[in-house]
Write a new protein. Structure first.
Length: 341
């Protein structure tokens, strides 16, 4: 046994030295480059629970209200209480006692609608998410002070800060100490540790597993596929899947025949986030729009509607303005919709 082990060890050492001494194939020598300091800085934007990574800045509740109505209310409601598209961010159910104790009592009531401010334990989570992902149609477009202002407005809606409050990197730690559910985070569950309490409790099924199965909840149509089919958002060239992220590739403006669905235009310009070909998503389907405007003199009307946004034509759900879509793309998409199937 010892001789075999010794021989195996010697073989592994020799193989390791050969691998380390072998250069990469010539074909791979000049591929890629080290990331620049600016590129690393642009990527390193996370804000941690202890506020490491939080940039300097400030924003007031009043500033946040104006930004909210302009950029956020179409999906979340004027007061963050809309349940039409996403779960409400703010909807009451937070008491002064919750803010004092750091645990939201209403979370134990199954009849209460659970909101973001009721559940989230760390204020950095709200700040970081707004900074990374909002607004939905133009993520990362907000300035640092605007993120502070929007966060302050949400805190005010939850009665955590006063109307004249100004949130900044200097006082955000103090506000964290007032978060209603700041002590609500727990590690006693199966997602944190295999020894923790499982999130799902049920009996093991060996046969006839569907016999007694009933669906107790499901996502509504508008939320079922809110971000489109991810497979359709993958490029079919190059060694890695994904969408080109170079600035010049973000908006595609090449004209396309009106008889062909401009899939690349719809995806690159953000249309597929709210619309799909058949069936409603957040907005009406392309098929429904085509049926409404087919063979009508509506190209200019649709171009204006896409660029400026609006509401009331297809229900109460507002369409945000899309000013980033250039004129060639607007014309191509509008002509395609008017041409119909």
């Amino acid at each position: 046994m010892y001789n075999w082990a010794k021989a195996l060890l010697v073989s592994l050492l020799i193989y390791s030295s050969l691998v380390q001494a072998s250069p990469y194939p010539d074909a791979w020598q000049d591929i890629g480059r080290p990331a620049t300091a600016d590129e690393l800085e642009a990527w390193d934007i996370d804000v941690r629970p202890d506020f490491t990574g939080l940039p300097e800045g400030a924003g007031s509740v009043a500033q946040g209200e104006g930004l909210w109505l302009d950029k956020c209310a179409s999906c979340h409601g004027d007061f963050g209480d809309s349940n039409e598209v996403f779960s409400p961010i703010v909807l009451g159910n937070i008491t002064p006692e919750d803010i004092a104790s750091g645990r939201v009592a209403a979370l134990t009531d199954s009849a209460v609608v659970r909101t973001t401010l009721m559940k989230v334990a760390t204020l950095s989570t709200i700040w970081d998410y707004i900074n990374r992902a909002m607004p939905w149609n133009a993520p990362k477009s907000l300035q640092t002070d605007e993120v502070y202002a929007l966060t302050a407005y949400l805190l005010n809606l939850g009665y955590i800060v006063d109307d004249d409050f100004v949130l900044s990197n200097d006082n955000i730690h103090a506000v964290q100490a007032m978060m209603p559910n700041r002590y609500g985070m727990t590690t006693d569950h199966g997602l944190w540790s295999a020894a923790g309490r499982p999130d799902v409790v049920g009996s093991r099924c060996i046969s006839d597993c569907n016999a007694d199965t009933t669906i107790t909840s499901f996502l509504p149509d508008y939320a079922m596929n809110a971000h489109g089919n991810l497979r359709d958002q993958m490029r079919d060239y190059g060694p890695f899947p994904g969408i080109q992220t170079a600035p010049e590739a973000n908006v595609i403006s090449a004209p396309v025949p009106t008889s062909t669905a401009p899939d690349a235009l719809l995806l690159a310009n953000g249309c597929s986030g709210c619309h799909q070909q058949a069936g409603p998503l957040l907005g009406p389907s392309f098929d429904d729009i085509m049926a409404k405007y087919k063979n009508q003199d509506a190209t200019d009307y649709l171009r204006t509607k896409i660029k400026n946004g609006g509401s009331g034509v297809w229900g109460t759900m507002a369409m945000p303005p899309m000013p980033h879509v250039d004129e060639e793309a607007l014309l191509a998409i509008s002509q395609w919709l008017v041409a119909g199937r």
